[in-house]
Design a protein around this ligand. Structure first.
Ligand code: PEP
Length: 259
């Protein structure tokens, strides 16, 4: 990370875990035991039904609430879907877009990811855009080409001004939920390549100030080494964000001085 130029962001992604009652208990504990975070921003991306409880309990704390998905249309005949405006109205600040589980389990194409990016930005939300390769793609040596394609497609038509609100999360699919974290060098190499791609798309200034997280089996034991990499500016944390003590430990590490 390089705090001189960009924000360090630790974001939890609960996926489909925790009821509103469990969210309330977690948020109360998080608020009361959160260290004084001055050096990083904290986001908690919860299921839709947990948003009101999380927003209410974390109001006036240093934790912003995020969603894990949205629909690209402002409204309409899309049974079961939720729009960006609806999220913004609930005081949601961030939204995960293009997570590999959405891409693979729910058939989200690059075009859909791009539409969702525009919808989120138009509603004033900060998208956390996920990109990453699977194991076969890594073995074939096409990781960087694939990520360049995913980035270019997701960001098509996104203005430099809006780009200032975009967070990128490099999430190698083979590392998500598997316990096989990428090594700090692997994470650093791809995050630095992503910054290079952003430089080509948006110029040096925007590239330098964009937060690029790493996600994939991040935990309290590996976060420090990952953040030691110049271009890794935070973590998108799945499993380890479900446990309050573990999540706080990760925040504590990311909030340390001396990077
Ligand atoms: C994720 O869901 O984005 C993720 C990185 O999960 P995990 O930390 O469990 O690998």
């Amino acid at each position: 990370m390089n705090r001189k130029y960009r924000k360090t962001i630790v974001a939890g992604n609960w996926k489909m875990h925790k009821t509103p009652a469990e969210t309330k208990a977690f948020a109360e504990r998080l608020k009361s035991s959160l260290p004084r975070v001055k050096r990083c921003s904290i986001v908690l991306c919860v299921p839709y039904v947990d948003i009101p409880a999380a927003v209410k309990l974390l109001k006036d704390s240093r934790v912003a609430v995020g969603a894990q998905n949205l629909h690209w249309a402002p409204n309409g005949a899309y049974t079961g879907e939720v729009s960006a405006e609806m999220l913004a109205d609930l005081d949601v600040k961030y939204v995960i877009i293009g997570h590999s589980e959405r891409r693979t389990l729910f058939g989200e194409s690059d075009l859909i990811v791009n539409k969702k990016m525009h919808a989120a930005l138009a509603a004033g939300l900060r998208p956390i855009l996920c990109v990453g390769e699977d194991w076969d793609q890594r073995q074939l040596g096409v990781t960087l080409e694939l990520i360049a394609y995913q980035l270019k497609a997701a960001l098509a038509g996104v203005s430099p001004e809006d780009m200032r609100r975009v967070v990128i999360a490099y999430e190698p699919i083979w590392a998500i939920g598997t316990g096989n974290t990428a090594t700090p060098e692997q994470a650093g190499e791809v995050c630095s390549a992503i910054r290079g791609m952003l430089r080509k798309l948006y110029g040096a200034r925007i590239a330098r100030s964009t937060t690029i997280q790493y996600g994939g089996s991040v935990n309290a034991a590996n976060i420090e080494d990952l953040l030691d990499q110049e271009d890794v500016d935070g973590g998108l944390v799945g499993t380890a964000s479900l446990d309050i003590a573990h999540f706080i430990e990760i925040i504590r590490s990311a909030n340390q001085d001396g990077y």
